[in-house]
Design a protein around this ligand. Sequence first.
Ligand code: SAM
Length: 379
Amino acid sequence: MSSDEYSDREQSQIKHFALGLYLNVAARILGQSRDIAYVDCCAGPWKSETPDYRDTSFGVALRVLRDARVFLRSKGKNPKFRMLLIEDDPGAFAKLKAFAGQTSVPETTIRAEKWDFTEHLDEIVGFARQPPAFPFVFIDPTGWKLAQLNVIKPILQLNPGEVLINLMSSFITRFVNDAHQDFTNLLGAKFAELRDLHGEEQEDEVVRRYCEAIRQVGGFRYVCALPVMKADRDSFQFHLIYATRHLKGVEKFKEVERRAARQTEVIRAEKQQKKREKRSRNLDLFTPEIRYQETRYQRLKGKNKGLAGSAVMNLIKTRDSLSYDECWAEAMQFAAVYESDLRGWLAAAESQNLVRIAGRKTSTEVLKIRANHTISLVR
Ligand SMILES: C[S@@+](CC[C@H](N)C(=O)[O-])C[C@H]1O[C@@H](n2cnc3c(N)ncnc32)[C@H](O)[C@@H]1O
């Protein structure tokens, strides 16, 4: 993925990076035992700079599904993949249709439809369900209205199924204080409470409430938010909201989050260096990362560590004994919180005799999921 083709839309580069990483691993795992139905509800192409559309979400999805097929074939598996690519704009759809017509991948059907996806939800659900397959749906609108729960409810309720939604958080916070706007279908009935909050506190709460609403409407066990930064400002542009009913999904998505955070640093650091060099008309002596500046993600990380730690402790207090897996899942749904944080809190709580940890073969065994480790409160 070259940064040139994403010049001045580096957020899309991170979005495609995360989509590609997740879909690749999901297809390799799920494709071992079933077919896969991939739906891109807002496919584009949109601001694409490449003749083969490798800088679009459908181009990325096709590449990773093709790679996953090669991998699965090498393991003696031969699942069928099907893709439904939807685009509403006539000009963009003409390009999408030509792409779908020219592209052929073994055991993969590519269907392009010129639809307003909100008017074809029955067909989308039908495509996802029949013949039986595991559906993965990507919803990437330009504003927030198409991400509303009343609009996408049938997609959220596909079970089995997972969704990835682009929540334009920076856009929403520009309108949330407007008394003429109703956000009930995005943020719940009590959305007006958000008007008492400001700045990043408000933005974080918008994301938290949307995740909660997605969890409830879709009956998902886990919902994670991956913040995507603006390339040239110390703020977030949007959040990728991932919803799943499986622990394994969270595990893989956290790895995507970690790698996307690293990739964000590389991209933003280069951008900052170019800006400095242009201003000073001198070349920097150091590699871009040395002088990298960013505070927004670091603040979110600090805040979420506090919130996740409290959430885990509260959960432990409600039960006689809790599996480490449940503690893990609770903590990992907070962006920028990782397993090393959780292990650190539990080790500190154990050394202060606040919790008891059982199930380890030795007292130094590292806590991990699927190992029957349990946590209980010392009462
Ligand atoms: C942000 S762009 C998506 C870009 C693409 N997913 C990517 O990452 O390369 C949003 C696209 O959705 C299309 N769109 C907007 N409303 C739509 C709708 N109701 N149904 C289908 N497509 C829509 C727009 O024309 C635009 O191409």
